[in-house]
Design a protein around this ligand. Sequence first.
Ligand SMILES: NC(=O)C1=CN([C@@H]2O[C@H](COP(=O)(O)OP(=O)(O)OC[C@H]3O[C@@H](n4cnc5c(N)ncnc54)[C@H](O)[C@@H]3O)[C@@H](O)[C@H]2O)C=CC1
Ligand SMILES: O=C(O)[C@H]1O[C@H](OP(=O)(O)OP(=O)(O)OC[C@H]2O[C@@H](n3ccc(=O)[nH]c3=O)[C@H](O)[C@@H]2O)[C@H](O)[C@@H](O)[C@@H]1O
Length: 466
Amino acid sequence: MKISKICCIGAGYVGGPTMAVIAQKCPEIKVTVVDINEARIAAWNDENLDNLPVYEPGLDKVVGEARGRNLFFSTQVDAAIQEAEMVFISVNTPTKTYGEGKGQAADLKWIELCARQIAAASDSDKIVVEKSTLPVRTAEAVKDILSNTGNGVKFQILSNPEFLAEGTAVEDLQQADRVLIGGENSPEGKEAIQALVDIYAHWIPRERILTTNVWSSELSKLTANAVLAQRVSSINALSELCEVTEADIDEVARAIGADSRIGGKFLKASVGFGGSCFQKDILNLVYISRSYGLTEVADYWEQVIKMNDHQKGRFARKIVKSLYNTVSGKKIAFLGWAFKKDTNDTRESAAIYVADQLLNEKAQISVFDPKVKYQQIQSDINYLQTRGKEENGALLESVADPYEACKDSHAVAILTEWDEFVQYDWKKIYDSMLKPAKIFDGRNILDHEQLREIGFRVYAIGKPLE
Ligand SMILES: NC(=O)C1=CN([C@@H]2O[C@H](COP(=O)(O)OP(=O)(O)OC[C@H]3O[C@@H](n4cnc5c(N)ncnc54)[C@H](O)[C@@H]3O)[C@@H](O)[C@H]2O)C=CC1
Ligand SMILES: O=C(O)[C@H]1O[C@H](OP(=O)(O)OP(=O)(O)OC[C@H]2O[C@@H](n3ccc(=O)[nH]c3=O)[C@H](O)[C@@H]2O)[C@H](O)[C@@H](O)[C@@H]1O
């Protein structure tokens, strides 16, 4: 079966970049990305490519090449579904905030709405592709909704989870380690799988396109994130041990990573992992395991989250302790608010939780992030509902100049590993700060020796103190 029209529901961090790359690589396929969020669609259609709603290195070029040719962004959801032979579901699947499974299970409200909308808008057979990250066996529910429309239209459900990481999305999509496609083991299922394989085969070597049954595919996505996050929690757990034993976590990571069985990637100690997915997906895995009565399995994975919460908490406590156990009224500069470099995404960023803890101690925080705006920072902190909006507004500011953020501060905390932070004039920053001037490097990116020569007191993750 040859696909000529694709519709993707959800124009977010996954739907936008993923479809842009499919459109770039498959110029003969018309790709329409739809969303109910009008402002988001307008931003995707903005003539000025600097205003795209998702910041990703290289994305402007891809969108610039394909948009208007065979890539379209629209709010006309039904029309796009109707004309497509293949419909991707790429909507958000956050952790439930109410009812059964609150705080752990994935909220599948938007997935179900999409399935119902596809069912209602379709008058020809379609392949429906789960692109969102979903609990194992979700395809069963999607299929149940789609096969009970009574209008004779037939649907095949595929699972095609996305493994891109933010900040490197375009590169990850163009040179994916693997593409995973799960489908039904029937002639129709195999035909649907092949149709999607053919799309990716435009640019991904065939041996990197893995095909499995639907349940393996759904579960592999949760598992991949759980194992990645587990590595970060493992190295972060060891960073605390380094601090009390005078071992150096970067040296330990290099030493163990040199073992090809372990590998060197994803062993960078930090203030804690953030992002919209690691925590959400592990909580989901914990919930699923517990719902099958697998207590030990659930407890095992839950520890990855507990360790991460501990890491964020102890970073904040370290700042308070070293500022003589009080930060009330003291200015603390935050360099970075995004959950990692090269993205404007702040979801579950460690910075939010460290700030919240310091605001509880009445610190005055001044944030500089090259890609995150004041409004987003306020909305992130207000979302926690720890204190009123007015108080947050009075204690937490953001400025457009990093030197301004650091001026007259007692301490500078590095929360995101933006490359530009390394290049700053740290002598100038030192001269503008209150003394003793302190730096808390939550990402271990700065030259600590040089900073100490300037006169800074430096606290880093998993490093011996002076
Ligand atoms: N952010 C990431 O790096 C990755 C995310 N994922 C998964 O991909 C999925 C999407 O994530 P993001 O793109 O980050 O979410 P997002 O929140 O950035 O985008 C989702 C979009 O779907 C839209 N939407 C929701 N319901 C809709 C409906 N019924 N009709 C039309 N539009 C609708 C929303 O308005 C929103 O713009 C999630 O399941 C996530 O776990 C997977 C891999 C990477
Ligand atoms: O499902 C998802 O959403 C995606 O989640 C992660 O991607 P992402 O969260 O965008 O970014 P990562 O590079 O994985 O970083 C996650 C967090 O871990 C932190 N991290 C990462 C690596 C490391 O060594 N140390 C460390 O602290 C990062 O700073 C960041 O806060 C996975 O890497 C992707 O494969 C997956 O598709």
